[in-house]
Design a protein around this ligand. Structure first.
Ligand code: HEC
Length: 120
Protein backbone atom coordinates (compact mmCIF):
# COMPACT_ATOMS: atom_id res chain seq x y z
CA UNK A 1 0.00 0.00 0.00
CA UNK A 2 1.40 3.39 -0.98
CA UNK A 3 1.88 5.95 1.71
CA UNK A 4 -0.82 8.23 0.38
CA UNK A 5 -3.34 5.36 0.51
CA UNK A 6 -2.49 4.66 4.11
CA UNK A 7 -3.00 8.31 4.98
CA UNK A 8 -6.34 8.26 3.17
CA UNK A 9 -7.52 5.27 5.22
CA UNK A 10 -6.50 6.96 8.42
CA UNK A 11 -8.46 10.00 7.34
CA UNK A 12 -11.54 7.93 6.49
CA UNK A 13 -11.48 6.15 9.84
CA UNK A 14 -10.85 9.32 11.70
CA UNK A 15 -13.80 11.14 10.14
CA UNK A 16 -16.14 8.15 10.43
CA UNK A 17 -15.36 7.87 14.12
CA UNK A 18 -15.53 11.60 14.67
CA UNK A 19 -18.90 11.76 12.91
CA UNK A 20 -20.33 8.99 15.04
CA UNK A 21 -18.99 10.58 18.15
CA UNK A 22 -20.46 14.01 17.46
CA UNK A 23 -23.78 12.44 16.42
CA UNK A 24 -23.86 10.59 19.69
CA UNK A 25 -23.06 13.74 21.62
CA UNK A 26 -25.86 15.66 19.88
CA UNK A 27 -28.48 13.02 20.75
CA UNK A 28 -27.22 12.65 24.26
CA UNK A 29 -27.09 16.42 24.73
CA UNK A 30 -30.74 16.74 23.75
CA UNK A 31 -31.86 14.23 26.32
CA UNK A 32 -29.80 15.81 29.01
CA UNK A 33 -31.08 19.30 28.21
CA UNK A 34 -30.84 21.21 31.42
CA UNK A 35 -33.77 22.99 32.95
CA UNK A 36 -33.01 26.63 33.43
CA UNK A 37 -35.47 27.89 36.06
CA UNK A 38 -34.26 31.48 35.71
CA UNK A 39 -35.14 31.48 32.00
CA UNK A 40 -38.47 29.75 32.65
CA UNK A 41 -39.32 32.27 35.31
CA UNK A 42 -38.39 35.22 33.11
CA UNK A 43 -40.40 33.75 30.24
CA UNK A 44 -43.58 32.54 32.00
CA UNK A 45 -43.79 34.27 35.33
CA UNK A 46 -42.07 37.64 35.15
CA UNK A 47 -45.06 39.29 33.42
CA UNK A 48 -46.79 39.25 36.78
CA UNK A 49 -44.08 38.54 39.31
CA UNK A 50 -41.21 40.55 37.81
CA UNK A 51 -37.77 39.08 37.18
CA UNK A 52 -36.89 39.62 40.84
CA UNK A 53 -40.19 38.16 42.13
CA UNK A 54 -41.32 41.43 43.67
CA UNK A 55 -44.25 41.76 41.29
CA UNK A 56 -44.99 44.01 38.36
CA UNK A 57 -47.76 46.59 38.23
CA UNK A 58 -49.99 43.98 36.57
CA UNK A 59 -49.05 41.43 39.21
CA UNK A 60 -49.87 43.76 42.08
CA UNK A 61 -53.25 44.56 40.52
CA UNK A 62 -53.98 40.83 40.52
CA UNK A 63 -52.79 40.66 44.15
CA UNK A 64 -49.60 38.73 43.52
CA UNK A 65 -47.46 38.56 46.67
CA UNK A 66 -43.89 39.78 46.81
CA UNK A 67 -42.09 36.46 46.31
CA UNK A 68 -38.80 38.05 47.32
CA UNK A 69 -40.07 39.01 50.77
CA UNK A 70 -38.34 36.90 53.43
CA UNK A 71 -41.40 37.11 55.71
CA UNK A 72 -43.60 35.74 52.94
CA UNK A 73 -41.05 32.98 52.31
CA UNK A 74 -41.04 31.78 55.93
CA UNK A 75 -44.81 31.60 56.02
CA UNK A 76 -45.02 29.48 52.88
CA UNK A 77 -44.39 25.77 52.84
CA UNK A 78 -42.66 24.18 49.83
CA UNK A 79 -45.77 22.08 49.25
CA UNK A 80 -47.97 25.21 49.09
CA UNK A 81 -45.67 26.88 46.58
CA UNK A 82 -45.61 23.75 44.47
CA UNK A 83 -49.36 23.31 44.69
CA UNK A 84 -50.05 26.92 43.68
CA UNK A 85 -47.83 26.61 40.60
CA UNK A 86 -49.33 23.26 39.58
CA UNK A 87 -53.01 24.07 40.22
CA UNK A 88 -53.07 27.85 40.20
CA UNK A 89 -54.55 30.05 42.90
CA UNK A 90 -57.16 32.80 42.38
CA UNK A 91 -55.69 34.98 39.60
CA UNK A 92 -52.53 32.94 39.41
CA UNK A 93 -52.79 30.65 36.36
CA UNK A 94 -52.31 26.88 36.63
CA UNK A 95 -49.16 25.57 35.01
CA UNK A 96 -49.59 21.80 35.09
CA UNK A 97 -50.58 21.66 31.41
CA UNK A 98 -47.88 24.07 30.18
CA UNK A 99 -44.83 23.00 32.16
CA UNK A 100 -43.29 19.63 32.89
CA UNK A 101 -43.28 18.46 36.52
CA UNK A 102 -39.48 18.77 36.58
CA UNK A 103 -39.76 22.36 35.42
CA UNK A 104 -42.31 23.17 38.10
CA UNK A 105 -40.07 21.59 40.73
CA UNK A 106 -37.15 23.67 39.51
CA UNK A 107 -39.27 26.84 39.59
CA UNK A 108 -40.42 26.12 43.14
CA UNK A 109 -36.78 25.84 44.18
CA UNK A 110 -35.92 28.96 42.21
CA UNK A 111 -38.58 30.92 44.08
CA UNK A 112 -36.85 30.03 47.33
CA UNK A 113 -33.73 31.70 46.01
CA UNK A 114 -35.50 34.98 45.24
CA UNK A 115 -35.39 36.02 48.88
CA UNK A 116 -32.46 35.98 51.27
CA UNK A 117 -32.95 33.07 53.71
CA UNK A 118 -34.40 34.08 57.05
CA UNK A 119 -33.87 31.63 59.85
CA UNK A 120 -35.68 31.85 63.14
C1 HEC B 1 -51.18 36.37 35.17
C2 HEC B 1 -50.22 36.74 36.18
C3 HEC B 1 -49.36 35.64 36.80
C4 HEC B 1 -48.44 34.84 36.16
C5 HEC B 1 -48.08 34.82 34.70
C6 HEC B 1 -47.84 34.03 37.19
N1 HEC B 1 -48.38 34.32 38.41
FE1 HEC B 1 -47.85 33.53 40.19
N2 HEC B 1 -49.30 34.60 41.12
C7 HEC B 1 -50.14 35.50 40.50
C8 HEC B 1 -51.09 36.00 41.48
C9 HEC B 1 -52.19 37.02 41.21
C10 HEC B 1 -50.78 35.36 42.70
C11 HEC B 1 -51.50 35.52 44.05
C12 HEC B 1 -52.48 34.39 44.24
C13 HEC B 1 -53.25 34.56 45.51
O1 HEC B 1 -52.70 34.23 46.56
O2 HEC B 1 -54.36 35.02 45.42
C14 HEC B 1 -49.64 34.51 42.45
C15 HEC B 1 -49.04 33.73 43.40
C16 HEC B 1 -47.90 32.96 43.18
C17 HEC B 1 -47.23 32.21 44.20
C18 HEC B 1 -47.61 32.15 45.67
C19 HEC B 1 -48.62 31.06 45.83
C20 HEC B 1 -49.08 30.89 47.24
O3 HEC B 1 -49.25 29.74 47.64
O4 HEC B 1 -49.27 31.89 47.93
C21 HEC B 1 -46.18 31.59 43.60
C22 HEC B 1 -45.19 30.66 44.26
C23 HEC B 1 -46.23 31.93 42.20
N3 HEC B 1 -47.28 32.77 41.97
C24 HEC B 1 -45.35 31.45 41.27
C25 HEC B 1 -45.48 31.67 39.90
C26 HEC B 1 -44.67 31.01 38.91
C27 HEC B 1 -43.55 30.05 39.19
C28 HEC B 1 -45.10 31.46 37.69
C29 HEC B 1 -44.58 31.06 36.32
C30 HEC B 1 -44.59 29.66 36.00
C31 HEC B 1 -46.17 32.40 37.94
N4 HEC B 1 -46.38 32.49 39.28
C32 HEC B 1 -46.85 33.09 36.96
C33 HEC B 1 -50.11 35.87 39.18
C34 HEC B 1 -49.32 35.30 38.21
Amino acid sequence: MGDWKRVMWYAVFFFAFFGMYSGFLAVWGQEEEEINPKKLFEYHCATCHGEDGKGTKRGRELKAPNLADPDWQVKKKDSEILDSIVNGKNKMPRWSDKLKPEEIQALARYIRKLAPKKRS
